[in-house]
Design a protein around this ligand. Structure first.
Ligand code: CP
Length: 355
């Protein structure tokens, strides 16, 4: 099976992910051989939420491949501001573009976009749900700096509740052998239940910690994340969480020599600027690896785009998703899609579990 879209890396076979990473490595070594590979192709980047890295690395990736970009980085400058639905926007844009990259504040929006698109869709972040191309970036960084995706103890620190990069990364690293996780967060910003259940069901070792200082010596990889002001319902809840976990040179003294520190960025205050000078900090290299990973992904999906769309299987449950941040609660024409579980149902757009 080959993938037409990239919405969740979990639905992509490992061999296909490895094919993309292998291609990224070849491109990184000899980018000049790929400078015409997407000549005549157009990428539409539809950013309903702010972005620096994801948007610009995709655009740089397409330009380096010889293709072109269209799109918006502020939906208020598009007909979204006049009330155009996601469905209509995607139907129109997929008449102009060969590939669509979409970032949206609502969970499941990228999946919804695939239902109306004539071309491949890439999820560049859907609310607090998933960010699969950040995960491609992260695992490509780990391969290049750590040399492996197996037998690692990975500390993940910060906003584990709304951190879409965290959810995507854990789901992917669970598929590689013998990885262990240390989840470092406050109680309020711990991992969502569906991710905890996935970890438990995989049989992988997992501990929770509320202290970065006490946990840092255990880990081979430390994945720092920002407390995301934009995901909170009110400012006072955000202020209670801000500044609790800060990586500084003092804490780093307790870390392993071979530690690699990653961060999807942007950073606010969770990593002291002095840490940037430590050779274990690879978060700026990570941004460059991301561009090569995205070049490889674009070429891979453009090559797969002749594949027929899979027929939509609608749910016969007449129920509303209980997650207020799910795209189905704003775009009401979307078909209901649920997967039956032993106890209840999972919404296929946002993975919210209903009992
Ligand atoms: N890592 C990441 O998604 O960064 P941006 O929000 O700047 O795209």
């Amino acid at each position: 099976m080959i993938s037409r879209h990239l919405i969740d890396l979990d639905t992509m076979p490992l061999e296909e992910i490895e094919e993309i990473l292998d291609l990224a490595k070849v491109i990184m070594r000899q980018p000049q051989y790929f400078s015409d590979s997407a000549h005549g192709k157009i990428m539409a980047s539809l950013f309903y939420e702010p972005s620096t890295r994801t948007q610009m690395s995709f655009q740089a990736a397409m330009l380096k491949l010889g293709g072109d970009n269209i799109g918006f980085d502020n939906p208020l400058n598009s007909s979204v501001a006049k009330g155009e639905s996601l469905k209509d926007t995607i139907r129109v844009v997929s008449n102009y573009a060969d590939i669509i990259v979409i970032r949206h504040p609502l969970e499941g929006a990228a999946k919804a976009a695939t239902m109306f698109s004539r071309c491949p869709v890439i999820n560049a972040g859907d609310g607090g749900h998933l960010h699969p191309t950040q995960t491609l970036t992260d695992i490509f960084t780990l391969l290049n700096t750590k040399g492996t995706l197996e037998n690692l103890t990975i500390g993940i620190c910060g906003d584990l509740k709304y951190g879409r990069t965290v959810h995507s990364l854990i789901k992917t690293l669970l598929r590689y052998k013998n990885n262990r996780f240390v989840a470092i967060s406050t109680k309020e910003l711990g991992l969502p239940d569906y991710i905890k259940n996935m970890i438990k069901n995989s049989g992988c070792d997992y501990i929770e910690s509320d202290s970065l200082e006490d946990s840092i010596g255990l880990v081979d990889v430390l994945y720092m994340t920002r407390i995301q002001r934009e995901r909170f319902d009110n400012e006072s809840d955000y202020l209670k969480q801000k500044g609790i976990f800060v990586l500084d040179p003092h804490k780093l003294k307790k870390a392993k020599y071979g530690l690699k520190i990653l961060h999807p960025l942007p950073r606010v205050d969770e990593i002291d600027y002095e840490v940037d000078e430590d050779e274990r900090a690879v978060y700026f290299e990570q941004t460059e690896y991301g561009m090569y990973a995205r070049m490889a992904l674009i070429l891979h999906l453009l090559g797969n785009s002749a594949k027929q769309l899979e027929p939509l299987k609608e749910s016969n449950l007449d129920k509303k998703c209980g997650n207020p941040r799910c795209i189905t609660n704003s775009e009401h024409y979307l078909p209901k899609l649920y997967i039956k579980q032993e106890k209840g149902y999972i919404c296929e757009y946002c993975e919210h579990t209903e009992q």
